[in-house]
Design a binder for this molecule. Structure first.
Ligand SMILES: Nc1ncnc2c1ncn2[C@@H]1O[C@H](COP(=O)(O)OP(=O)(O)OP(=O)(O)O)[C@@H](O)[C@H]1O
Length: 360
């Protein structure tokens, strides 16, 4: 009867949807063991899931045990972050499995705040994460991650990344005077950023988030073509959606063959700092509609909340400042969805086998 039980397990887990990927959990089955009417299932996810592994295992177990033919089920959940394909002929960085571009159609939508919190959220979910601040017009990661001083270069060639809240970080803002980058011309900017990306000694990263300069001009286009990116995330606000800037950013990545993993809507609602009431002051559902129109995922939304600003501007982003809060939970959910959607893209098979992470 083993065969029947295996088929039943695949069918039952085919009906449980993984919220991070939108795909059935059956796709994550790595092994099935059957002992009479007892089954054991090993699930292997393609994204870090420390925050939900137990809940997913419990959900899968309940779905299996709902079948009268299964007396008891044990489910284990582990994950392995694979390196995913990058554009055309580009070669991935040796110590970075996946580079994710964090982009926006225009400035001031909160892209850097999202990038910082997303990096911390991915780390909290169990991934080795880094941030490269490539926002030449306003390098804000040093302030948001609370890092200062010049990075070290023991050999005079490569740079050791700084470290903050469990993530590795490097910023153009740490190497040049604050006002200097603004007067650089396009080719100088892209050359400096490529150098920064390649010469930093990233230490075995699963994800490197690149906080791109806002907009869709020549610099952004060149970076989107030259940086070996596995996926892009577009940060928008409800107003940005109305102005079509976010759509331009989507098109730009499409043009250079970088998969857009999804859209994050920032400042989607306003949370009153007195009563906590949350209101969609700019209208509802714009981000989800735009994502639907372009066939990309809606990764989630963040409210306009004074704590997000104060904590990011104070050097401890919300995910680190209030790890048990609803806001941190939202960032972590968005992080899992982002990584989950990356996991659905083709794997780069040219790199060697990788270790399994997470619970056994
Ligand atoms: N959800 C939010 N709630 C409250 N304040 C926010 C939120 N997101 C961002 N902010 C604040 O808005 C300001 C702009 O954010 P941020 O610097 O992240 O934007 P940006 O899109 O990266 O801008 P640019 O690319 O032009 O530098 C910051 O002071 C930040 O703290």
């Amino acid at each position: 009867m083993t065969q029947t039980h295996e088929t039943a397990v695949r069918r039952l887990l085919g009906e449980v949807i993984d919220p991070a990927t939108g795909a059935p959990l059956a796709g994550a089955i790595r092994a099935i063991g059957v002992d009479g009417a007892r089954v054991s299932v090993d699930l292997l996810l393609g994204y870090p899931a420390a925050g939900v592994a137990d809940a997913l295992a419990a959900q899968a177990r309940a779905a299996l045990e709902a079948d009268p033919a299964i007396a008891a089920a044990t489910v284990s959940v582990a994950w392995r972050v694979q390196p995913h394909k990058v554009q055309g002929t580009l070669t991935p960085l040796p110590n970075v499995k996946n580079i994710l571009a964090i982009a926006s159609g225009k400035g001031g939508v909160g892209k850097s705040t999202v990038a910082a919190n997303l990096a911390l959220a991915l780390a909290a979910e169990g991934a080795r994460t880094g941030v490269l601040d490539a926002d030449i017009y306003g390098p804000s990661q040093p302030r948001m991650l609370g890092i200062a001083g010049r990075p070290q270069s023991p050999d005079g060639k490569s740079i050791v990344p700084m470290s903050a809240h469990g993530v590795q970080a490097m910023s153009i803002g740490l190497l040049v005077d604050e006002d200097a980058p603004m007067i650089w011309r396009g080719p100088m900017v892209t050359q400096a950023l490529m150098q920064l990306l390649n010469d930093t000694r990233w230490d075995a990263l699963d994800y490197l988030l690149v906080d791109l300069p806002p907009g869709t001009g020549d610099i952004q286009l060149t970076l989107a073509q030259k940086v070996p990116v596995a996926g892009a995330v577009i940060v928008t606000t409800p107003q940005d959606i109305a102005l079509l800037d976010a759509r331009r950013a989507l098109k730009m990545f499409e043009k250079v063959g970088v998969p857009v993993l999804g859209v994050i809507e920032n400042m989607a609602t306003h949370v009153c700092s007195h009563c906590g009431h949350e209101e969609p002051i700019f209208g509802e559902g714009g981000g989800a509609r735009m994502a639907g129109q372009y066939g990309v995922a809606y990764l989630g939304s963040l409210p306009l909340d004074i704590r997000i600003r104060e904590q990011a501007d104070g050097g401890t982003p919300t995910v680190a400042a209030m790890p048990a809060s609803d806001l941190a939970a939202r960032y972590r959910e968005i992080a899992r969805r982002t990584a989950g959607h990356l996991a659905l893209t083709p794997v780069n098979r040219t790199l060697g086998p990788l270790k399994v992470q997470g619970t056994p």
